[in-house]
Design a protein around this ligand. Structure first.
Ligand code: S3P
Length: 166
């Protein structure tokens, strides 16, 4: 495997965490979730951070967390909004491999349905869709590899990642 961290990027519900955990298990490397690290650092849930400190503060913590992750081999699931800060691209590009997991909006909507733990999903359909459309080209640009997941099950997506990073 690549001796560098592997960063999974993609919209909420694209499977970064489930796929990432399986890859990490197969490779016997740590699985890291930036959302979890943000919550630990802030000692608050993501929805509370958004509600009490605002999205900008959340993004600051997210970038600080990303910057501080070890450069040892690992699989890192990033938050869907990692593409909201240019600086995050530089951090990931310099330190590892960036893989974009693409899922169509319909797939995501079907997976997430109602999810109160994700403040930016927990808004009206038009806004969610606009956010998806706005980020799509950025994910595609930042991804050094793009994996289409709509036509794949979990196992196949994991296998595709393994082939990319071997
Ligand atoms: C966000 C995605 C979430 C989490 C936060 C903001 C976003 O992560 O970081 O709710 O801006 O898309 P997941 O992609 O893991 O749901």
């Amino acid at each position: 495997m690549t001796v560098r961290p592997v960063y999974l990027i993609g919209f909420m519900g694209s499977g970064k965490s489930s796929v990432g955990k399986m890859c990490a298990g197969q490779l016997s490397v740590p699985f890291i979730d930036t959302d979890t690290l943000v919550e630990q650092k802030a000692q608050q849930s993501i929805s509370d951070i958004f509600a009490e400190q605002g999205e900008d503060r959340f993004r600051d913590i997210e970038t600080a967390v990303l910057q501080n992750i070890s450069r040892e081999p690992s699989i890192i699931a990033t938050g869907g909004g990692i593409v909201e800060r240019e600086r995050n691209q530089k951090i990931m590009d310099e330190n590892g491999v960036v893989i974009y997991l693409h899922a169509d909006f319909a797939t995501i909507a079907n997976r997430l349905q109602v999810d109160s733990s994700r403040p930016l999903w927990n808004q009206d359909l038009q806004k969610r869709h606009a956010l998806y459309e706005q980020r799509l080209p950025v994910y595609r640009r930042w991804g050094q590899h793009v994996i289409e997941t709509d036509d794949k099950g979990l196992e196949e997506t994991v296998q595709t990642i393994m082939n990319v990073i071997k």
